[in-house]
Design a protein around this ligand. Sequence first.
Ligand SMILES: NC(=O)c1ccc[n+]([C@@H]2O[C@H](COP(=O)([O-])OP(=O)(O)OC[C@H]3O[C@@H](n4cnc5c(N)ncnc54)[C@H](O)[C@@H]3O)[C@@H](O)[C@H]2O)c1
Ligand SMILES: [Zn+2]
Length: 362
Amino acid sequence: MKKIIVKMKERSYPIMIGQHILPQLGEKAASLNIGTDAVVITNRLVRKLYGPYVSKAFSKRNISVKFLEVPDGEKSKSEKVAFDLIKKIACYDIHKKIFIVALGGGVIGDLAGFVASIYKRGIPLIHVPTTFLAQIDSAIGGKTAIDLPMAKNLVGAFYQPRLVLSDVATLKTLSLRQMRNGLAEAIKYGMIKDRSLFLYIEKHCQDLLSHNLQRLTYVVQSCSAIKARIVEKDERELLGLRTILNFGHTIGHGIEAASVYGSYQHGEAVALGMRVAAAISFQKGLLSAKDQQRLEALLTKAGLPQRIRKVKLSAIVATIAHDKKNISKKNRFVLVRAISSVKVVEGISLNLIRKTLQQYSC
Ligand SMILES: NC(=O)c1ccc[n+]([C@@H]2O[C@H](COP(=O)([O-])OP(=O)(O)OC[C@H]3O[C@@H](n4cnc5c(N)ncnc54)[C@H](O)[C@@H]3O)[C@@H](O)[C@H]2O)c1
Ligand SMILES: [Zn+2]
């Protein structure tokens, strides 16, 4: 088992990564001394697959377990679901010392993290991410959120967990589409920071998509370490260091917002966003044609979308213009200089964005 510490002084925490390590959840939680009663927030599917391992792991350490299920999908990141959970927890929380366990993908992690951050002004939280995307991205860094009708992730807090336990074997049950979704973010890490990771994904792309646990473990470890090193230096996104994690996300979020939520998965939209950001980088003379082609080829090899379909380009441009991350009304893009080297650039002309989006739409 590999251990990566996210160093944040008194709020530091370990990320444990390995295969078939779910049975060790009880002893890890017990050693943290965070409580005697686990409230596991999950959905029916993930509970059915992995709930029994979690129950057994906690009961071995005399930690009681209560499962709270929410419906599957982004719609659960809502005010109603969050407060229904909080009310259930409040009824249950009598003569107990509870802590929250987020068992599932990014939706569960964001929701359960948000609930843990506001119930009694914050109770201990453990992330047990079970999607590729959640293991390499959403479970690390302390961003929690629910959505409002006006925008995704509009309400939330920075709230660090006490432990992240990533059992790579849980990825075995993910669909191919889910694997591709996570792989898009893994390719992003290669592009922003780690050339050898990019080369590894190029070489082992098919193995990764077909759930080869050894290859997946390497990628989860590499990406987790990159994210840990970035967020520990810029926890609250105040220094601009965390910004590079948004490579492909300015356009990606635009695509997600302009399409009906659900028609593109996050990683698919980010893949298109990376293609567009790389094309803009090339047109601005920052990126060589060779490296641009290499990124394009890898995204295609990973089975990620090549063209923007059924989304109005004007709607994408409008969401970029109103992005909550914009500073002083200028848009902000993470552009690429080469594989593993990026640059944050402000004020890309809307004409260039429009022109490039046109090249990628059908
Ligand atoms: N907090 C952050 O820093 C951060 C970063 C990136 C994304 N996010 C958020 O993450 C969410 C997307 O996360 P996601 O892609 O994991 O989606 P998700 O949580 O909806 O999970 C995808 C699907 O996989 C299923 N699933 C989960 N684990 C499984 C397993 N082991 N086997 C089979 N099926 C399984 C889920 O039930 C769901 O149907 C979005 O809400 C996004 O905003 C947050
Ligand atoms: Zn992302």
